[in-house]
Design a binder for this molecule. Structure first.
Ligand SMILES: *Cc1c(COP(=O)(O)O)cnc(C)c1O
Length: 370
């Protein structure tokens, strides 16, 4: 047995954090439970995978792996900038958008800074800030699952260093409305960086969509909008995400705090092809929209309250400890994510996959007692 680490070696901000509640990979599932996973519904991955050309591009790029990739990610940044009508100087690529969240906190947070987010929240929005000694205020969603605009505006009065939240929300599911978003911008100060995480933007119903980037650009506020290739584009294992910032100076700063070669050559080539195949994207989002309505209705019929969703998942009240509920489903080969953040320990998040996988989930869920 090696001697334990000296108690004060790890920074207390890091030592005291909980372990990240990541999903479980398929081979680990089989090794742990001794059965095949029949429905992997815990990580919001795409059941249709990436566009076929994306796989081809990654295979082709593999032939060149002896060389370092382009640290400036020139080709992918140009593709994204072209698709969004942005300047490539305002775009940054990360090893997943999680990498950019980390780069952001490294570049900006000083000990004692104040960060504001929403509860329930995407864990990394909070943990990344805590590791640098920030205090995090988590404003709870309203009871009807509308965004807590009043609470956020109140929290913005003290000009926190960063306001960071996802819309559509992971894990809750709802998307902020244009009017709500405008109100938040009206109450934000230039001292606060707005980090708007749009990991699920592709799944928003057409009638609910609005141009958040355009609204941000029309203000004089500093912002970064985050998006990813891991969800609707089906490239979670390749690791690519991107950010669009108000100012190229922000991009230059983040290029210093992310890993210079963090975006690998295969991921960069695959993402370009994934972005180009809009027909594939439409199949993915249409399927998720149909299935989220169907699964929400079926869960409701079984007595479970569901949050409204504009994403590829459904967040629902399991009626008891969600960890136990998720564990019982694992025994049946079904993986979902029991939420661990107070006060949502009774809630679970289930990813929308193929109709057959979703049916396997629904069949395994008992009608709620009482
Ligand atoms: C999945 C997700 C991300 C990022 O994922 P990457 O795979 O790192 O690109 C970021 N934010 C939210 C809210 C997510 O759900």
């Amino acid at each position: 047995m090696p001697a334990p680490l000296p108690h004060d070696l790890i920074r207390p901000e890091v030592r005291d954090l909980p372990d990240y509640n990541a999903g479980i990979a398929l081979d680990r599932f089989k090794a742990t439970y001794g059965i095949d996973c029949i429905a992997k519904l815990d990580s919001n991955e795409s059941p249709l995978g990436p566009a076929p050309q994306a796989i081809k591009a990654m295979q082709d790029a593999a032939a060149g792996v002896a060389r370092y990739p382009d640290a400036a990610n020139t080709a992918l940044r140009a593709s994204i900038a072209g698709a969004l009508g942005q300047n490539a100087d305002n775009v940054i690529i990360g090893n997943g958008s999680e990498d950019l969240i980390g780069a952001l906190f490294r570049a900006i947070i000083r000990a004692g800074d104040h960060v504001v987010t929403i509860c329930p929240s995407f864990g990394l929005h909070e943990f990344g800030a805590l590791t640098f000694g920030a205090t995090v205020t988590k404003v709870p969603f309203n009871d009807d699952w509308s965004f807590p605009v009043d609470g956020l505006c109140e929290a913005l009065r003290s000009a926190p260093r960063i306001l960071i939240f996802s819309s559509p929300s992971n894990p809750a599911g709802p998307a902020i409305t244009e009017a709500e978003f405008r109100t938040i911008l009206d109450h934000s100060d230039r001292q606060t960086l707005i980090c708007f995480d749009e990991a699920y933007v592709e799944f928003i119903e057409a009638s609910e969509r609005f141009d958040a980037l355009g609204l941000l650009a029309a203000t004089n506020l500093p912002y970064i909008v985050l998006r990813t290739f891991s969800k609707a584009y089906g490239l979670a294992g390749a690791r690519a995400g991107y950010g669009i910032a108000s100012d190229p100076a922000m991009i230059r700063a983040l290029m210093k705090t992310r890993n210079p070669f963090g975006v690998n050559a295969m991921a960069a080539c695959g993402a370009i092809e994934a972005l180009a195949d809009t027909a594939h994207l439409a199949r993915v989002t249409d399927l998720a929209m149909t299935e989220r309505a169907r699964v929400s209705a079926a869960l409701t019929a079984k007595g479970y309250a569901c949050a409204p969703t504009q994403t590829n998942f459904v967040f629902f009240d399991t009626g008891g400890p969600a960890a136990e509920f998720a564990q019982a489903l694992r025994g049946k080969g079904i993986l979902i994510k029991g939420w661990q953040e107070a006060p949502f320990e009774n809630w679970a998040r289930v990813t929308m996959a193929t109709p057959a996988e979703n049916d396997a989930f629904l069949e395994a869920v008992p009608a709620r007692q009482g």
